[in-house]
Design a protein around this ligand. Structure first.
Ligand SMILES: [Zn+2]
Ligand SMILES: [Zn+2]
Length: 388
């Protein structure tokens, strides 16, 4: 790869690489080809490479000067299990697998920045480049932490970035506080006593309990959570009985759903209150309920100090005002696993207009290569500011 003063980020090669990754997408924990390319390009630049964290995860470490401060920059590498329906020249060659969230771009921007920093070395301290597997619901960040990421690579701050259609490719949004919601799942099963549909008095009707529960769960957000705190409780699946047996009241009815919040307090409330309603309603109707709440992803909450550093870097990288009132999203990102343990900041980088209305996870979505330079410049500026 070539580079020079007027091409600090090897743009031509990096755009080609981005399109190559797009054509060869890999699902979470299966990023074998992608992580090999990442490891090779880091090593070629003289960056220390650590592999095998979270199966396919890669960490690159660059130490310069005597600075004792240490930060991590994180990119995700995985694609989604969905078909690509757009007609780009570098369309996915893997059936039902597609980079529909732009993680191909995230990987390349962090690589471009890492290689640039390894050449220019205008900072003092340690930077760890995290190439995380399996962001899309498969628990890649957690897997890296379970493999000892924080013990092996102690850090003072961690930074994340996601592309965002609707903002220009030289535009960024950096906001302190909640950015993305926690994303948890819950399940309730009402265990009744099945009986003949004509003789309900001889059983304990789990159907009726389920019906009361389904309306009652909306009182958690309406009556328990502080009205000034956002929260979502949704029931998304229900099963019980059989349409071929409409004269049978079943023993059990099972209900499952999602719960979203932006603070630990509200998250705890959702967990406790959904269970309390399930148990209370089961008691009212004389049956039993089992309840489980699966904590999947914590909320992403940007730390004030890290956000100030990110904001300064974003201003310098874009040369224009940074959006500071971008609304939080009820989606989740497991960057929260890092950001919940170490002060951090997660920012948005513009992906240009939504082409044909395609947003994240749409079968025609594509990362915009015009954003690579801005993203790489943001990462390098952040390191140079953070590790002076
Ligand atoms: Zn996604
Ligand atoms: Zn994503």
């Amino acid at each position: 790869m070539t580079h020079g003063d007027n091409d600090p980020f090897e743009l031509e090669a990096m755009i080609a690489l981005r399109q190559d990754l797009h054509a060869h997408p890999e699902l979470g924990f299966e990023e074998v080809r992608t992580s090999q390319i990442v490891a090779d390009l880091l090593a070629e630049a003289g960056i220390e490479v650590h592999r095998g964290l979270g199966k396919t995860g890669v960490v690159g470490t660059l130490r310069v000067g005597g600075g004792t401060r240490s930060i991590a920059l994180r990119a995700d590498m995985d694609a989604l299990a969905m078909p690509e329906l757009g007609e780009v020249a570098y369309k996915s060659g893997t059936p039902n697998t597609m980079h529909a969230c732009g993680h191909d771009g995230h990987t390349v921007m962090l690589l471009a920045a890492a290689r640039h920093l390894a050449r220019t070395r205008q900072f003092s301290g340690t930077v760890h480049f995290i190439f995380q597997p399996a962001e899309e619901g498969r628990g890649g960040a957690k897997a890296m932490l379970e493999d000892g990421f924080l013990e092996r690579f102690p850090i003072d701050a961690v930074y994340g970035l996601h592309n965002m259609p609707g903002l220009a490719t030289n535009e960024m949004a950096v906001v302190a506080g909640p950015q993305l919601a926690s994303s948890d799942s819950w399940e309730v099963t009402f265990h009744g006593v099945g009986t003949h549909g004509a003789k309900p008095h001889l059983g304990r009707d789990a159907m009726t309990a389920a019906a009361h529960f389904l309306t009652a769960i909306h009182t958690v957000v309406a009556r328990v959570v502080d009205p000034l705190q956002p929260a979502v409780v949704s029931a998304c699946a229900i099963s019980g009985g059989d349409f071929r047996a409409l004269n049978v009241i079943p023993d059990d009815v099972r209900i499952g759903g999602t719960a979203r919040a932006y603070t630990a307090t509200v998250r705890d409330q959702l967990e406790a209150e959904i269970g309390k309603l399930a148990q209370g309603i089961a008691g009212t109707f004389g049956l039993r309920a089992s309840y489980s709440f699966m904590r999947r992803i914590p909320p992403v909450v940007n730390d004030a100090g890290s956000t100030a550093a990110a904001l300064a870097a974003a201003r310098a990288a874009t040369g224009k005002p940074v959006v500071t009132d971008f609304p939080p999203s009820t989606a989740g990102d497991d960057f929260a696993e890092f950001g919940g343990r170490v002060p951090g900041c997660y920012v948005w980088l513009g992906n240009g207009p939504a082409v044909d209305g395609a947003l994240h996870h749409n079968s025609r979505y594509d990362f915009n290569d015009a954003a690579i330079a801005t993203g790489a410049r943001y990462w390098t500026t952040l390191v140079e500011h953070e590790l002076r």
